[in-house]
Design a protein around this ligand. Structure first.
Ligand code: HEM
Length: 467
């Protein structure tokens, strides 16, 4: 347990030490040799070299995973680096249910995200498991409940309208870029609660560089010697600058006497836990960076796909515009949900087995990773008739069957920001569509960017004043 005073440990002099310690301790894959797996008895899958399978899964998942499904059926195994560890993907809702409901002490989620350790830090909600995860989740959850979400709404509206006010009639642009800028601003103002313009100006480039880190850089962290060179060196330097700014913000925020009057996420997190268990400065830093990385590009991608879909279908545009004008938020939310179904931003969720377990009738060894494929779950025609069609009415008045729409994962690890991203998405669609009509410029398709799937051409649109 930590008191408010004890936890305020990070003077400027300590920051370099904290950053360096994180890079030293948080090696992807734990730094040790990869365990060996007996792959006999696992669900079927390709026998290609492990590196080839890993690259296919990471870079070409939109073609590779549907191909695996057609070739091997509803459950299949991919062997991935390091060491050819098995990743068993499931595509049926009853299997997703088994995984989501699995004992969290056996079905670990943090392990699968270890690669993000040097950026997010060991306290990150995404990286923790067991009791530590339970504690962190309990401390973070209140900042994302319905009441908290309502308190963020005005500021999100304001940021969304300010962004749209910068657009000009008949302007053409990559909506993904504008949505990225917008969701970043929402994180900085609503999550970090930063209002000082000078600090915002210093934070923006550091934060952008942090979210831009490529998988090659992430993988390179397995080799500490690289940290002295080129892009790895720049990553460490940037991480240090970002840490300095975040710790300064935390220190100053703790010193203000009006924390309980503030509605941003950081202020709520500082107060979380009452007089008992509080988050330390280091924990706060790690959770803020986690929220930034988990909540920024994901929401931007979902929004750019939504603009793409309504921008290429006049009827959908008319319906969405009417909804925006009449305050029918349910329809705008249905537009977002259907965009996330048709274009899943995250392709799968994974759990690593701490003990042998049976999933979907398959006996799987400890160390194997299992997960529902969101891509395939959303494309099954028995649950989503004509799955290739964009049809928001799927989400009007009823929802698709349980575990057939899983863009936010599920169980005790379900995305903590699901409600936040829908609230933000509705606010943005409303701001756009009350000001402009949207036309999509040409066809687009998904490509992998870091962990998320984004429109390859950035979902180019033209905005025009309604006639
Ligand atoms: C369209 C937007 C988003 C999508 C598609 C998305 C998707 C996901 C998925 C698939 C997971 C993993 C769930 C699992 O393992 O079962 C996740 C976890 C998480 N997301 Fe999101 N997310 C989005 C927005 C956000 C936002 C806005 C935030 C915060 C501001 C956020 C914060 C998190 C966190 C902290 C976790 C880890 C939860 C845990 O491990 O307990 N996400 N998200």
């Amino acid at each position: 347990m930590t008191t408010l005073e004890q936890s305020d440990t990070s003077g400027a002099g300590d920051v370099a030490h904290l950053t360096a310690r994180r890079f030293e301790r948080m090696r992807p894959f734990g730094g040790g040799p990869a365990p060996r797996f007996d792959t006999r008895g696992l669900p079927p899958g390709p026998r290609w070299p492990v590196l080839l399978q890993s690259v296919a899964l990471i870079r070409f998942r939109h073609r590779f995973v549907p191909w695996l499904w057609r070739r091997y059926g509803d459950v299949f195994t991919v062997r991935v680096v390091p060491g050819g560890r098995p990743l068993v993907l499931f595509t049926r809702p009853e299997h997703a249910k088994e995984i989501f409901a699995g004992d969290p002490e056996v079905f670990h989620a943090g392990k699968g995200n270890a690669i993000l350790g040097p950026i997010m830090g060991e306290h990150s909600l995404l990286l923790q498991d067991d009791a530590q995860h339970k504690r962190a989740r309990a401390l973070l959850m209140p900042a994302f409940n319905g009441q908290a979400l309502r308190s963020y709404r005005d500021l999100v509206d304001e940021v969304a309208r300010a962004e749209v006010a910068r657009w000009h009639p008949d302007e053409e642009f990559r909506s993904l870029d504008r949505m990225n800028a917008l969701t970043l601003e929402v994180i900085l103002r609503v999550v970090f609660g930063v209002t000082d313009e000078r600090r915002l100006a210093r934070l923006r480039p550091c934060v952008s560089r942090t979210v831009d880190i490529s998988p090659a850089i992430l993988l390179g962290w397995g080799y500490p010697a690289l940290q002295r060179f080129g892009p790895w060196r720049r990553t460490v330097d940037n991480a240090y600058r970002l840490d300095e700014l975040i710790y300064a913000e935390i220190r100053e925020r703790r010193a203000t006497g009006d924390l309980d009057q503030r509605s941003d996420v950081l202020s709520r997190l500082i107060l979380a836990g009452g007089d008992g268990d509080r988050l330390t400065d280091e924990e706060l830093r790690d959770q803020l960076v986690t929220l930034l990385l988990a909540g920024h590009e994901t929401t931007a991608s979902a929004l750019s796909w939504a603009l793409y879909e309504i921008g290429r279908d006049h009827r959908q545009l008319t319906l969405a515009r009417e909804a925006a004008h009449s305050g029918d938020d349910d329809h705008l939310e249905a537009v977002l949900k259907e965009s996330m179904r048709l274009h899943p931003v995250i392709p799968m969720v994974v759990r690593t087995l701490m003990r042998p377990a049976t999933v979907g009738g398959w006996d799987l060894p400890a160390g194997a990773t299992v997960g529902p494929s969101i891509l395939i779950a959303h494309a099954r025609s028995e649950h989503h008739p004509h799955p290739e069609r964009f049809d928001p009415t799927r989400f009007r008045g009823h929802n698709p069957p349980v575990n057939t729409w899983i863009p936010f994962g599920g169980g005790v690890r379900r995305c903590i920001g699901a409600g936040f991203s829908l609230m933000e998405g509705v606010a943005v669609l409303r701001a756009v569509l009350t000001a402009y009509d949207v036309t999509a410029l040409g066809a687009d398709r998904p490509r992998v960017r870091n962990i998320t799937s984004v429109p390859r051409r950035g979902s180019r649109i033209r905005v025009s004043r309604p006639g």
